[in-house]
Design a protein around this ligand. Structure first.
Ligand SMILES: OC[C@@H]1[C@@H](O)[C@H](O)[C@@H](O)c2nc(-c3ccccc3)cn21
Length: 574
C-alpha cells in the first residue's frame, strides 16, 4: 500500500514529516545508534531498528574479503533494516583514512601529511573521487573522512592524519569532500548536506574541534586554546567543509579548555548547529560518550545524557547497543532528554534537502513593480532599518503559504506543519537591532503613528483545491484589499501576493511601491525573505499572463487581443 514517505515525487519535507509521525519512540531511538559489524545481524537490525553499522579499524567480513563478500555482507544487514515495519534503510560507515584502507587490494593513497606536502587540492579531490568509487564498490555509502585536524605538535600519534600545521592548507584540502560526495550543482545552495550519485559517498569532517591541538600532542587529551586560536587554527576548515556540503561531522575525543567535546553543547549545538547552521548529522567517535567520564563508562547514563543533550545525533556505541537504547529511553521517558532533541537528531539522520525547497521559493518569485517614475525603488529592503511593519493574513501562516493539497486535500490556514513563515524568515534576515512589528490587519492610524521605515504586506488567497478554487471574479479576498489600503496608504510598502494564480490587483497598484508574486511558496518562507532583502536577486518570470480585469479572460500570450497588466514572461530585477 502507498506510503507518502517512500514517494520520491513528494516534497522532501513532507516525506520526512510523514515518516516522523509514523515512527514509535523505539524506532526513533534506533536511528541514533551505530553498531559495529561484529555485533550486527539482520535480526539485530530489525529488532532494534538500528540506524547505522560501521567497520572499525581492521573489521572485515573475512580476511582479504573481495568486494563481492563486502557487498553481500552489507546487503544482508540492509535486508534486516528493510524488513522492519517502516523499512528505513541503514547507513554503513567505514574509515577512508587514505583510500579504502580496510579492504584488501584497495588503493592506498599517501597519508594526509604527504598530501599536504603536494599543496595540490585538486589532486586531493581526485583522490576523494577514487576513494568514493572503491568504497561504493563494496556497497558502502559513508566514510569517516576527511580528518581536518590541524596538528600543532608532531608528538601526536595521529599527526600524519593531519594535512598540515597551517590551517590554510587544511582548509584547501577540504576539496576531498566534493571528491567523495560530488560537486554541489552550480546555483545550488551552499551549506547543505549533499550526495551526488551512486559512485559517491557521504563524508565526515572530523574530529570536531581542536583534536590536533592537545597538550604535548597527547591523544584524546586537552586542547588549551583562546577563542581566537580555536577560530583561527582549528575551526576554519569546518567553515569550508560545511560550505562544500559535508554531510556529517564527528566529535573529537579531546577536550577544549577542560570541557569534553562529546559533552560540549556550546560548540556542538550552539556554534556548529546554530551559528554555522550545519544541517547534516553529528556522530560521536567510538565509545566517545563513554569517555566523557574518567574512567570511561563510569556513569553511562550521564554519558548518554551529556552526549545527546550536547547535540550528538548518532552514537557510535558500538557494542552494547541495548545498554545505550535502554539508557536513552529512560532519559526521554523521564524528561531528561526532550523529544524535540530526539526529533532533531532523527530528522538530521533522515534529512533530505529543505534547502532545495528554499532555493525553489527564491527562484519562483516574480517582481512586478519596484517604484515608478515618481518613486525610487523600495527593493531590496534595508536590513538595517530601525523599525519595520509586517502585515497581512499570509505573513505568519504556514497553511496559507502552502495552499491546497497540504496535509489535507483542501489545505488549511494555520500552523498545520513544520516550516518557516515569511514573518519568521524576515526576522531571521534583518539586523538583530531592527524592530520587526507584526500586525495582521492594522488600522491606518496605527501605521501612520508608529514610525515604520517601510511595511511588508503579505496577503492572498486562502487554501483551496479543485472545485473549491473555481472563481469568476478572481478578486483578492478580503481583508487583503483593506490591509493594502490601510498600510500602503500610510507608509512605503511591498506587497507579497500568496496566490495560486493572477488575481485582480490593478485597482491597488497606484498605492503599492513594490509588488511581488510569490505564488504558493510552501514551508520554506525563508526563501521569500532571502530575495526581498537582496541576499538573492529576483530571477522569476511570469509563467502566466496577468490580466487587468476578468472580463478580458481567457487571455493568453499569442492571442490576437492581448492587453495584459503584466505580460507572460514579465519580471523585473531589483
Ligand atoms: O574507526 C572509527 C573511529 C574513527 O573514525 C575515528 O577517527 C577514530 O578516532 C577512532 N578510534 C576508534 C577506536 C579507538 C580505540 C579503540 C577502538 C576504536 C575508532 N575510531
Amino acid at each position: 500500500d502507498y506510503a507518502l514517505y517512500k514517494d520520491p515525487k513528494k516534497p522532501l519535507n513532507r516525506r520526512i514529516n510523514d515518516l516522523m509521525k509514523k515512527m514509535t519512540l523505539e524506532e526513533k531511538l534506533g536511528q541514533m545508534v551505530q553498531i559495529e559489524r561484529s555485533v550486527a545481524s539482520p535480526q539485530v537490525m530489525s529488532k532494534y531498528f538500528i540506524g547505522s553499522v560501521l567497520s572499525g579499524g581492521g573489521s572485515v567480513p573475512t580476511p582479504q574479503a573481495t568486494p563481492e563478500v563486502w557487498v553481500d555482507m552489507v546487503n544482508e544487514l540492509q535486508k534486516g533494516s528493510l524488513s522492519t515495519r517502516l523499512g528505513i534503510p541503514m547507513i554503513y560507515g567505514i574509515d577512508g583514512v587514505h583510500g579504502h584502507n580496510n579492504v584488501y587490494n584497495a588503493t592506498i593513497f599517501p597519508h594526509n601529511v604527504g598530501l599536504g606536502a603536494t599543496r595540490d587540492p585538486q589532486l586531493v579531490k581526485r583522490i576523494g573521487a577514487a576513494t568514493a568509487l572503491e568504497i561504493r564498490a563494496t556497497g558502502i555509502p559513508y566514510t569517516f573522512a576527511p580528518t581536518i585536524a590541524v596538528c600543532r605538535d608532531p608528538r601526536w600519534g595521529r599527526c600524519y592524519e593531519s594535512y598540515s600545521e597551517d590551517p590554510s592548507i587544511v582548509r584547501a584540502m577540504t576539496e576531498l569532500i566534493p571528491g567523495l560526495q560530488g560537486d554541489i550543482p552550480p546555483n545550488s545552495p551552499k551549506g547543505v548536506p549533499y550526495l551526488g550519485g551512486q559512485d559517491k559517498v557521504i563524508a565526515c569532517a572530523k574530529h570536531y574541534v581542536g583534536d590536533g591541538g592537545t597538550t604535548t600532542g597527547i591523544n584524546e587529551n586537552n586542547t588549551i586554546a583562546t577563542w581566537h586560536q580555536v577560530m583561527s587554527i582549528h575551526m576554519p576548515a569546518y567553515f569550508n567543509s560545511i560550505i562544500k556540503g559535508v554531510s556529517t561531522v564527528m566529535v573529537s575525543y579531546s577536550s577544549l579548555n577542560g570541557v569534553k567535546m562529546h559533552a560540549n553543547r556550546d560548540f556542538v549545538t550552539g556554534f556548529l548547529k546554530k551559528n554555522l547552521r550545519f544541517r547534516g548529522f553529528v556522530i560521536s567517535d567510538w565509545q566517545g560518550i563513554d569517555r566523557i567520564t574518567s574512567p570511561p563508562h563510569a556513569n553511562y547514563t550521564y554519558s548518554i545524557l551529556a552526549g545527546v543533550n550536547a547535540g550528538i545525533d548518532m552514537i557510535m556505541v558500538p557494542y552494547n547497543y541495548t545498554e545505550f537504547l535502554d539508557g536513552l529511553k529512560f532519559l526521554v521517558e523521564n524528561n531528561f532528554v526532550s523529544m524535540s532533541r530526539i526529533d532533531d537528531a532523527v530528522k538530521r539522520i533522515l534529512r533530505e534537502h529543505r534547502e532545495l525547497a528554499r532555493e525553489a521559493v527564491r527562484k519562483s518569485l516574480v517582481l512586478l513593480k519596484n517604484g515608478d517614475s515618481g518613486h525610487k525603488p523600495l527593493l531590496p529592503l534595508d536590513k538595517h532599518a530601525p523599525k519595520i511593519l509586517v502585515a497581512g493574513t499570509h505573513a505568519n501562516d504556514i497553511g496559507n503559504q502552502c495552499g491546497g493539497w497540504t496535509i489535507q486535500w483542501q489545505g488549511q490556514s494555520g500552523n498545520i506543519t513544520s516550516g518557516t513563515t515569511i514573518l519568521t524568515g524576515i526576522k531571521k534576515t534583518v539586523d538583530p537591532k531592527t524592530e520587526v512589528v507584526f500586525s495582521e490587519n492594522p488600522e491606518s492610524s496605527y501605521v501612520k503613528e508608529n514610525g515604520f521605515s517601510y511595511a511588508v504586506v503579505v496577503v492572498g488567497e486562502v487554501p483551496y483545491a479543485e472545485t473549491n478554487g473555481d472563481s469568476l471574479n478572481l478578486t483578492l479576498p478580503e481583508p487583503g484589499p483593506g490591509i493594502i489600503s490601510n498600510v500602503c496608504g500610510s507608509v512605503r510598502c511591498v506587497v507579497v501576493l500568496i496566490t495560486g494564480r493572477p488575481v485582480v490587483i490593478e485597482p491597488y497598484l497606484g498605492q503599492i511601491d513594490a509588488l511581488v508574486a510569490a505564488w504558493l511558496p510552501g514551508t520554506e518562507g525563508q526563501g521569500v525573505a532571502d530575495v526581498l532583502f537582496g541576499d538573492f536577486g529576483f530571477t522569476g518570470r511570469l509563467p502566466r499572463t496577468w490580466f487587468k480585469t476578468v472580463d478580458q479572460l481567457p487571455m493568453n500570450v499569442g492571442d490576437e487581443h492581448y492587453d495584459p497588466l503584466f505580460p507572460f514572461g514579465y519580471g523585473l530585477t531589483a
